[in-house]
Ligand binder design. Structure first.
Ligand code: SF4
Length: 401
């Protein structure tokens, strides 16, 4: 019997050999394993009782030992005329995570057909605490299991199937730092790429990191075809200490070196993401430092306007300035794109919807947080490094350092 403390395992947490063992343990016919995998990955069922290829006896036996979906509740919000769907998923224990499904029309100029990408979460909350990020402000709740990650993809595929579309890409850029939950992330990639299960090509998967150096090395070794995206945000250590607190542990030069080693080992081009914040990291000097850091590499740079979040005094850089920075980087030989944020209307920068549901921090805490960020960013812009990161101000964190 399931309890709140120990829910039944989710079926997608089991690999094919574990499913076969479960089938044997339940005394079901051997061929049921293939039916179960097919139901998990290629049917529209959301409960065991909707899996019509299984007998009633098999449905009931399975329902007693495994959940068909790990999500206890799913809310969906469609924005941008239906091009983007925001999924807010409640997991066992009440943790909430978000996944964002983005649909793209064909792009004949780039020789691309219709695409659909799901951005998945790997953790509920995040311990890294980047101050411009809604998830970072929530603090860390827990790691997701491989099944909980895969189930975000299963849901996306069901939604798309209903529209006559197919999922083409998976990006680990939602809530959490994937490389701080690496074993379940790798197990989920196994499931997503296994021809018997997700059947998605490794090259269609992007794993993003804020710079967990040992994790980048391990990823290169065990999943060489997966694309690496590094959330860089600043090329200078003092500023990156503030924007990505992990930088105190793994400074930007080490992150770049690890990414370069990944690119050499895998032959895959690294993407570096920079969230563009007005007056903070968008000067010609910032662009020059970034160009210097990435000189001679085949890296791709993605400039992303910041999503406003209440707890910071910061805003997105003006579009014209982002274009100037992009041009400066291109002139130094880098490949650069400027990304339009999808789902901004719904607060779709990952974590914003979950943060709203978690409840707003007290206005005094927000005001104090904004003051601290003004002081800290002024010091960082002068090149002063601070030994301690700012603690999150959200409902799960404190206010002071
Ligand atoms: S930007 Fe990524 S790593 Fe940083 S706090 Fe947000 S979810 Fe965590």
């Amino acid at each position: 019997m399931s309890t709140a403390a120990s829910p039944l395992p989710a079926i997608s947490d089991l690999d094919p050999s574990a499913v076969a063992q479960l089938v044997a343990d339940l005394g079901l016919e051997k061929y049921r394993s293939a039916q179960i995998l097919d139901a998990i990955w290629r049917s529209d069922a959301t409960t065991w009782s909707e899996v019509t290829t299984l007998s009633r006896r098999a449905q009931e036996a399975l329902a007693g030992v495994a959940r068909f979906y790990s999500a206890e509740q799913l809310e969906r919000e469609d924005v941008e005329d239906g091009a983007t769907s925001k999924l807010l998923i409640t997991l066992s224990g009440g943790a909430k995570v978000e996944a964002v499904l983005m649909r793209y029309p064909p792009d004949p100029r780039r020789g691309r057909g219709e695409r659909a990408t799901i951005c998945v979460s790997s953790q509920a909350g995040c311990a890294v605490g980047c101050p411009f990020c809604a998830t970072g402000e929530l603090g860390f709740t827990r790691n997701l299991t491989a099944g909980e990650i895969q189930d975000q993809v299963r849901r996306a595929r069901q939604i798309l199937r209903g529209e006559g579309r197919e999922l083409t890409n998976v990006v680990f850029m939602g809530m959490g730092e994937p490389l701080q939950n690496l074993d379940p992330v790798l197990a989920s990639i196994d499931g997503l790429t296994d021809p018997l299960r997700g059947g998605i090509g490794q090259r269609r998967i992007v794993v993003s990191t804020s710079g967990v150096v040992p994790g980048i090395a391990r990823l290169a070794k065990v999943r060489p075809q997966v694309t690496l995206a590094v959330s860089l945000h600043a090329a200078r250590n003092a500023l990156r200490d503030l924007l990505v607190p992990l930088n105190r542990k793994w400074p930007v030069e080490e992150v770049i070196a690890a990414a370069a080693a990944h690119a050499r080992a895998t032959g895959r081009r690294t993407t570096f993401e920079v969230t563009m914040i007005d007056g903070i990291n968008d000067s010609p000097e910032d662009a020059a430092a970034l160009a210097q850091l990435l000189r001679g590499s085949s890296a791709h740079v993605n400039l992303i306007p910041m999503n406003s979040v209440a707890h910071t005094p910061w805003q997105e850089s003006p579009a014209a300035r982002i274009e100037e920075i992009a041009e400066q980087l291109r002139a130094s030989g880098l490949s650069v794109t400027v990304r339009r944020n999808r789902g901004r209307e719904a607060g779709a920068a990952c974590g914003q919807l979950a943060a709203e549901r978690a409840g707003a921090p007290a206005p005094a805490a927000v005001a104090r947080r904004r003051e601290l960020l003004v002081v800290a960013s002024a010091a960082a812009l002068k090149g002063e490094r601070s030994p301690t990161p700012l603690a999150p101000s959200g409902p799960l964190g404190g206010v002071e350092q």
